[in-house]
Design a protein around this ligand. Structure first.
Ligand code: MN
Length: 478
């Protein structure tokens, strides 16, 4: 009986693991990537400083990279596991065009986690902490201050209600049991400050080797006191098994690879940064929060996940939840907006393409305003008709080049809040620009009729082409 309990603990319940999408755990996802030949395996001994990130960047968006024994360390490192939009959809078991809808549904109909008593993430316990000895922490970009834990989910609890918050925070390894943390003015900081006001440290857990669903859910733009772990449940259609930490009441995903248990220290600030961030620039060095790590738990054979700053994995993890939130917000007033996409050139944060069928003259301008109101990070919005593929930047530029006139279709809003990580802003304050690249509603139909060859897309090329065909001799004569 004991053994049965032990074996079943830490597993998903409900639908049974066969119907779970592959992104329900890091391991099932890695197995899926391997079956699709999307993991490149490095030779043992790749250097943790720069070399690992360099290889991951070279493969970014094409293959995940797996590094056995980096610098001889017994724990392997994996990176680039969700560096493609299509992979994200696959991880959740949906098609590409259902991805945003799935995210919206997961936020509207979250599934709460359930607690288990034993978990793989606690198979090994280190009460003596030595981060660089116990974990293979890489140094990514040239001016990074040192090794960083870049794919750690930081989990804290509201000290009054116990409701948890999940986020990803960049974590500088500052000593053998010390981390420097950049806490943006959001929910982790709010819960920490509730503790700090009464002079208390804030318990934290840092989860490394989380599932694609958990990583994505952690980036949701959710209200405070809304546990992102239940969004992860909604994303995979099953309750996430969680286990209580050894030193605190925080619940962490049972299937995780590695968990650091510690405390955000009250009233302590130490230098953190610089660190290579998503806009392809460095976040600066400043006095920031400090975490004391009290214990490390992990699987018997853990895998360390790292997200290389500025890579596609970094960009896409923020992109999908932001797109879902923006689409939700715009569609409340404009149900005729069909889809949105944050462009890669706009670091998947700043430049938005909107696809819609305008119902009345001027409406695309209102949609531009709705888009800017939906998130302060947006800097440029381009609205196009439904015949333009917003996941293809060449198509969007075509719409701008043939349907847009600056004197008529451009709107500029100055002195508004933007991203502080955009170096061209004045500490986050800057201009926004909207393009209406839809065709005028009153234009004669023929004028904007897109050329097409009838039947082109239905031709079966294999049956029409001759693989052995060659130029006849008479055509070779000069
Ligand atoms: Mn939150």
């Amino acid at each position: 009986m004991d053994d049965i309990n032990k074996q079943s603990s830490g597993n998903f319940d409900g639908r049974g693991s066969n119907s779970l999408p592959p992104g329900a755990s890091l391991r099932s996802w890695l197995a899926h990537l391997e079956s699709k030949k999307r993991i490149a395996f490095a030779n043992p001994g790749v250097k943790l400083k720069y070399e690992l990130a360099g290889i991951a960047n070279r493969l970014d968006g094409r293959k995940a990279s797996f590094f056995p024994a980096p610098d001889g360390h017994s724990v392997p490192v994996v990176s680039g596991i969700v560096s493609d939009r299509g992979w994200m959809a696959e991880a959740l078991g949906v098609s590409d065009d259902e991805l945003l809808k799935r995210f919206q549904t997961a936020m509207a109909e979250p599934i709460a986690p359930h607690q288990v008593s034993e978990a793989p993430c606690q198979e090994v316990v280190h009460r003596e902490v030595d981060l660089n000895a116990q974990l293979p922490v890489p140094t990514h970009n040239e001016l990074d201050s040192g090794p960083y834990i870049a794919a750690g989910l930081i989990i804290v609890r509201n000290p009054q209600t116990g409701v948890q918050n999940v986020a990803i925070v960049r974590l500088q390894v500052s000593g053998k049991d010390r981390l420097g943390a950049l806490l943006l003015p959001r929910h982790t900081l709010a819960f920490h400050e509730m503790n700090e006001r009464s002079g208390k440290d804030c318990d934290v857990a840092i989860v490394i080797g989380a599932s694609p669903a958990e990583l994505l859910a952690s980036q949701a733009i959710a209200p405070i006191n809304f546990d992102e772990m239940q969004i992860a449940g909604g994303l995979i259609g099953a309750s996430i098994p969680v286990v209580k930490c050894l030193n605190s009441d925080i619940r962490v995903p049972a299937q995780a690879e590695i968990v650091l248990e510690g405390r955000l220290l009250a009233e302590q600030r130490k230098p953190e940064g610089p660190f290579g961030e998503f806009p392809q620039y460095y976040g600066e060095r400043a006095d920031r929060h400090v975490i004391a790590v009290d214990c490390v738990t992990h699987r018997k054979d853990p895998v360390f996940h790292t997200i290389v700053g500025g890579g596609l994995e970094h960009l896409l993890l923020g992109c999908i939840p932001l797109e879902a939130t923006i689409l939700d917000s715009i569609q409340r007033n404009f149900p005729n907006v069909k889809d949105v996409a944050l462009s890669r050139g706009g670091v998947h944060r700043y430049h938005l393409y909107v696809q819609m069928t305008p119902r009345s003259a001027g409406e695309p301008m209102n949609v531009i305003m709705a888009a800017f109101a939906s998130h302060y990070d947006l800097k440029q919005v381009i609205v196009v008709d439904e015949d333009v593929d917003i996941h293809n930047p060449v198509e969007v530029e075509w719409a701008v080049s043939t349907r847009f006139q600056a004197s008529r279709d451009l709107v500029v809003i100055n002195g508004s809040q933007g991203s502080k990580l955009d170096p061209s802003t004045d500490n986050g304050v800057g201009s926004k620009m909207g393009f209406n690249a839809t065709k005028p509603l009153d234009a004669p139909e023929f004028k904007y009729k897109r050329i097409r060859v009838p039947g082109q897309e239905d031709i079966d090329l294999d049956s029409k082409l001759d693989p052995n065909g060659k130029l006849g001799e008479s055509y070779r004569a000069v």
